[in-house]
Design a protein around this ligand. Structure first.
Ligand code: COA
Ligand code: ZN
Length: 296
């Protein structure tokens, strides 16, 4: 079996995990969640997103959140998600931006629903952001949403996802993340897409982001590791979803991923008991909100 010695886990619960909660989670509670994640050994966190607060009110406190956590934890990489150049400029203005995560969907339908732009227009934003990121010394990660199946267009051809990954790297992204936004991927397809990208860009970091709708996420992660992927996103408490992608449910849980990897002797640096406690806390954050949750 081709298994890595070490895997980097990025916990995305403060962003992907909370973004679609209808009732606003107070900034102090988001900070407490981040503290619990750091305490468990997480060193990569997708903290928030610099998106339109009209589109995603839950992320309206992006500036305040970064200001509260970044300086306290110099050893932690806090990534923020951006849909456009304006988001980059907002994040940069905090003086705390080190890791920028751009997102484009593999299909036109989902990209329009998510960011109100064509895929080509999103990639033009990447070109502009990549130039700024290089000048600013900011690490740029390019995520491809609905890399395998789109709720509106069905199965996404492998060549399309691979072409977008190529484009990201050609434009100057430091890392690419392949996302199964609605949790419909299967391991054979995951392996093929990841292996194609690894063949073309063997030394570039490649990450996987799997939602767990059909409980395939850990299997897909296993397949991605076979193809040489050593970085995965996950969210404590199975939190997550995307209000713009019909059918999107929670992310693979960080707790289960840590159990799997630590148990197989793959180094994560994360303490299982403490990440379970962080997951319990995260579920507690959204529990009082469930009655107002509009997701169906
Ligand atoms: N941060 C804050 N405000 C922003 C912004 C950003 N990154 N980008 C645009 N805006 C503001 C504009 O200034 C404008 O404000 P105004 O109405 O007060 O003048 C308003 O939003 C509309 O701007 P426009 O460029 O026309 O955007 P749009 O309405 O076409 O929406 C996005 C485009 C990208 C801003 C919006 O679709 C978005 O934020 N999507 C993110 C969705 C998301 O987070 N999905 C989950 C993650 S995968
Ligand atoms: Zn996601």
């Amino acid at each position: 079996m081709n298994l890595p010695k070490q895997v980097t886990i990025m916990d995305v619960s403060p962003r992907d995990g909370l973004q679609s909660e209808v009732a606003f989670v107070p900034t102090e509670k988001k900070i407490a969640l981040i503290e619990a994640l750091v305490g468990a050994g997480i060193r990569h966190i997708e903290a928030t997103s610099f998106v339109s607060p009209k589109w995603v009110p839950q992320m309206a406190d992006a500036e305040a959140l970064l200001q509260a956590v970044v300086a306290r934890h110099p050893g932690v990489a806090f990534e923020v998600l951006l849909p456009n150049e304006k988001g980059y400029d907002r994040a940069r203005a905090t003086g705390l931006l080190k890791e920028a995560g751009f997102v484009v969907a593999a299909t036109e339908s989902l990209n329009v629903k998510n960011v109100n732009m064509s895929v080509a227009d999103s990639m033009k934003q990447v070109a502009a952001i990549a130039e700024k990121a290089k000048a600013d010394g900011v690490h740029l990660r390019g995520t491809i949403g609905v890399s395998f199946v789109c709720p509106y267009e069905g199965e996404v051809p492998r060549a399309r996802t691979v072409a977008l990954a190529n484009q990201y790297f050609e434009l100057g992204a430091d890392e690419v993340c392949i996302a199964d936004t609605i949790g419909r991927a299967l391991p054979n397809r995951v392996y093929d897409v990841m292996a194609d990208i690894k063949d073309r860009w063997p030394s570039k970091p490649l990450a996987g982001h799997f939602h767990d709708t059909y409980k395939m996420a850990l299997t897909n992660i296993f397949a991605a590791m076979q193809a040489g992927v050593e970085m995965f996103d996950s969210a404590v408490g199975n939190l997550g979803g995307c209000q713009f992608a019909k059918g999107a449910t929670g992310n693979v849980s960080t707790e289960q991923l840590v159990y799997l990897l630590n148990g197989m002797g793959i180094e994560t640096g994360i303490d299982y008991e403490r990440i379970v406690a962080a997951g319990r806390m995260a579920r507690g954050l959204i529990a009082p909100l469930l009655s107002t949750d509009a997701r169906a």
